[in-house]
Design a protein around this ligand. Structure first.
Ligand code: SF4
Length: 252
């Protein structure tokens, strides 16, 4: 806050300054989104955060839940917010047998939440539901005996707490094999900057080529160089060519 005390200051700051200020917090894509959102707020909303859910959702990094939470808590709008905790509470109280992340489940949740939202008190309602899910209606072993909505809860009445919410079948995990090539010469080491979008976007790292199957990095690079003698003189060159974007030698 001392370095970037306002939306306008954040919008005017360079990406480097914002990332440096954010350093150590992780999730660096959030810092980038925050800066881009500030720029849009300055450009399109005269520097004021919009209170309207649609306008909020057009800001980078703001999804349906965040937009509804800002609109209801910061601006008092009657918007139901649906985070993981609220979804779990609703699915149990109303004994929802539809998987929550299916289109039907999503629309049922929205209906239930909107129908039960007390007019003019969305901020209190959303926060109370979040707290209820966080400390009482826990994913495992919900504390039904002390629950303030226990008398209304269908899952408690029918003993189905542990079966709700209905989970979708898990997607198959994809395995990715990667290696790291530490390429150095006296006083210097080769680093590569990751693409700005995606995991750890914009961070520096040792070149990390991906391999189709599990194998040692050196083995893979040697095989790559051997298979492409016209392209690669040796495994070092294969490593840098595997990560062609923005490689740099750093001195130490
Ligand atoms: S009674 Fe139990 S299952 Fe129902 S909302 Fe409360 S804690 Fe959750």
């Amino acid at each position: 806050m001392a370095r970037l005390p306002s939306i306008r200051a954040l919008a005017a700051a360079s990406e480097h300054t914002v990332l440096k200020t954010w350093e150590g917090l992780g999730y660096y894509s959030r810092a980038r989104s925050l800066r881009r959102a500030a720029q849009i707020i300055v450009r399109d909303h005269d520097g004021e955060i919009p209170s309207d859910v649609d306008a909020l959702r057009r800001l980078p990094g703001v999804g349906a839940y965040t937009a509804a939470a800002i609109a209801s808590i910061a601006f008092g709008r009657d918007e139901p917010a649906l985070d993981g905790n609220i979804r779990r509470v609703l699915s149990r109280v109303f004994n929802m047998t539809t998987p929550l992340d299916s289109p039907l489940g999503e629309s049922r949740l929205r209906d239930l939440s909107a129908k039960n939202l007390p007019k003019g008190r969305a901020a209190d309602f959303n926060q109370a539901m979040m707290d209820l899910g966080a400390v009482v209606c826990l994913p495992r072993n919900p504390r039904c005996e002390t629950c303030p909505v226990g008398s209304l809860c269908d899952a408690k009445r029918t003993g189905r707490q542990s079966q709700l919410p209905v989970r979708p079948r898990k997607a198959l995990r994809r395995r990715i094999f990667m290696g790291a090539a530490v390429i150095s010469r006296p006083g210097e080491v080769l680093l590569r900057r990751r693409p700005s979008n995606g995991l750890l976007g914009g961070m520096w790292e040792f070149p990390r080529p991906r391999f189709p199957v599990r194998q040692g990095t050196w083995h893979a690079l040697t095989a790559t160089a051997r298979a492409n003698p016209r392209l690669f003189r040796d495994p070092y060159q294969a490593a840098t060519a595997s990560c062609p974007d923005r490689t740099r030698l750093f001195s130490f």
